[in-house]
Design a protein around this ligand. Structure first.
Ligand SMILES: *[C@@H]1O[C@H](CO)[C@@H](O)[C@H](O)[C@H]1NC(C)=O
Ligand SMILES: *[C@@H]1O[C@H](CO)[C@@H](O)[C@H](O)[C@H]1NC(C)=O
Ligand SMILES: *[C@@H]1O[C@H](CO)[C@@H](O)[C@H](O)[C@H]1NC(C)=O
Length: 354
């Protein structure tokens, strides 16, 4: 009887694991094939080889690019090289990426930049918020951008018990922001289990020096976060649920759910066209390939544009897609006056004129 029970339990456990693995494969959209969509005027950006995970463009056309992410379970091309922030002036005829100098006193050796966000203050000071993972922890670094010196001056490091596994941020003031925690756990084994079990413990946190609170919860993995041009709505991408949540922002900074736009792909980071309000999405066509990252069968890239997201019938267009022969593992797409920058988790970055 004991043996039978043991066999039955092992059988049940195996079935559960198999079921979870299937569900996980489905969440990763494993083996999804998409037709290529090419753009005529694109080139790879020189000097960016180790990822270009997040891109933020100022209203004047200066683009910040974060590079050198080292994320648990994902490949790292240059594990010993600290991360960097590049700047590109999209007003130039042939924009180049220049690495920004970072002021002394900041620990560059452990710099692992992830999501970034900018805030332009009333006196025109430009603040750059950078999610950092020094020693596998999560902090938000606040920098002041000094254009004359092509430099970032470190202002402060923000840490908080609610900022545990931060992925992306959107600044809403000179020292306040919304942040996504992409997992509940920050340990890589527990994080993997959390994904495998399909727990919806990922959340969105509001941070200011006076108040820190959870403002949305119940995501599989909240990833990119951004704000509408009128600053009334917050958009959150859930990479494992293949959708975007539109939330209304209130005066007390709480968020309420307005709608969910279901997509058929793993949405990573999102950016907003300040003129049209269009939402541009960097997506992973097949998350399994991203995890394996086999050079013979590399992860592909996909860029979607969503028009009229608040309307009854948003229009979703696949603007770019590639099987990985040009660009691998897109994480973000940002637009400025007909110029599109496409970033990746650990590969290169593409500049296109539309
Ligand atoms: C991608 O994943 C979604 C959600 O699991 C699923 O509905 C959709 O059919 C998948 N698409 C493909 C082509 O695998
Ligand atoms: C953007 O993409 C990367 C790549 O997956 C992802 O790890 C990160 O979660 C996303 N968020 C931001 C802002 O970079
Ligand atoms: C915040 O404001 C919203 C909308 O006005 C309201 O429904 C909610 O109860 C407020 N939350 C708190 C914690 O005061």
């Amino acid at each position: 009887m004991g043996k039978l029970l043991a066999v039955a339990l092992v059988g049940i456990a195996a079935a559960l694991v198999a079921e979870r693995l299937m569900a996980f494969r489905n969440k990763l959209n494993a083996s999804r094939e998409i037709a290529p969509v090419t753009l005529p005027n694109c080139r790879l950006i020189k000097g960016i080889e180790a990822g270009s995970e997040d891109i933020e463009i100022l209203p004047n056309g200066l683009a910040f690019i974060s590079s050198g992410l080292k994320y648990p379970v994902l490949k790292t091309p240059e594990p010993d090289k600290p991360g960097a922030i590049f700047l590109m002036d999209l007003n130039e005829d042939h924009p180049k990426a220049v690495e920004l100098r970072i002021s002394r006193g900041f620990d560059l050796a452990s710099f692992v930049p992830h999501g970034i966000s900018t805030y332009v203050d009333r006196d025109d000071t430009v603040y750059l918020f950078v999610v950092n993972h020094p020693h596998q922890k999560s902090t938000v670094e606040l920098f002041k951008f000094v254009e004359e010196d092509s430099a970032l001056v470190h202002v402060k490091t923000i840490r908080h018990d609610l900022l545990t596994s931060v992925n992306d941020i959107v600044a809403v003031g000179p020292d306040s922001f919304y942040a996504t925690n992409d997992h509940y756990f920050s340990d890589s084994i527990l994080m993997f289990l959390e994904m495998l079990l399909g727990l919806t413990w990922s959340n969105v946190v509001y941070y200011s020096p006076k108040e820190v609170k959870e403002v949305a919860a119940g995501f599989y993995s909240a990833n990119g976060i951004n704000i509408s041009p009128d600053r009334k709505y917050i958009y959150v991408a859930d990479v494992f649920d293949h959708n975007i949540h539109v939330m209304e922002k209130h005066a007390n900074w709480s968020l309420t759910h307005v709608k969910t736009l279901q997509l058929d792909t793993m949405v990573d980071n999102l950016s907003i066209d300040p003129h049209t309000g269009d939402v541009w999405l960097g997506c992973h066509p097949d998350g399994m390939k991203l995890l394996y990252n086999d050079p013979e069968n590399p992860p592909g890239s996909e860029v979607l544009r969503v028009q009229n997201i608040l309307s009854e019938e948003p229009v979703v267009t696949r603007v770019y897609s590639d099987d990985g022969s040009v660009l691998q593992g897109t994480s973000v797409a940002s637009i400025y006056e007909g110029k599109l920058l496409i970033g990746t988790v650990f590969h290169r970055a593409l500049y296109c004129e539309l």
